[in-house]
Design a protein around this ligand. Sequence first.
Ligand code: MN
Ligand code: MN
Length: 285
Amino acid sequence: MKLRPALLAVFLLGNALFTACSSEDENPQPTPSPNSEHLALGNPSGATGEVSNATNYLLLKPQYALSYHRDRGTPNWVSWHLSNDWLGTAARQDNFAPDNALPTGWYRVTSSSYSGSGFDRGHNCPSADRTATVADNSATFLMTNMIPQAPRNNQQTWANLEDYCRTLVKAGNELYIIMGQYGKGGVGSNGAASTLDNGRLTVPKRIWKVIVVLPEGANDATRVTASTRVIAVDTPNDDALNTAWGSYRTSVDAIEAATGYDLLSAVSESAQQAVEGRVDTGATQ
Ligand code: MN
Ligand code: MN
């Protein structure tokens, strides 16, 4: 068949585009940040899903994302998006369970690993933040979402902060929350301890949380500006702590310095600089 030059050009161009597109599909480029709504503001420690990355192992679940530390038996941090869509009427399931998503051969913390320790199985992503479905609520009871938390920290200081977060959502906001811990050794209801479960679980010294508050909307990372409210707290894992979470407010920069993480790394450098150096002074309930 004889093609006129113009048609031939269109044919060749189309063919070239087709070839480029199909070769791209066959060899997808690795994405720097995994595509999870819970990591929309970044992956604080650059966690990856390679089994060799045992102290910073990425677990992505529909309900939250986390970096797991095999040798501490706890997450380093857990990150989740909280909006009205996640809130419903599902009951608290209380079905604490080992996480079978961990690589074969890794110790799986069980529902009884904390028994008699004087420390609570403290949720990172709270049960009450995942009530849209029974499956969502169940996921928060996986032991990879837990840390040994002093009862007064968990049941009072932290519970108050968690309640306040949901109050902000009910007021028309959506939140990005990152919770984590560092250091070794806490004081629970039975006194001081550094490890539990025959050394397979490390009791953290400090427990922190960073909360980014945005009015409901789209393209969230790009909407964080110098004036966005960001609440950062860093509390002692000690049963003698104050129950008023507001007294533990600090800057994101201080948490980054203590942990070595880069929080909110998907937010523009200028916005990070502004919000990370500030200590929140807003309402606490
Ligand atoms: Mn709790
Ligand atoms: Mn940062």
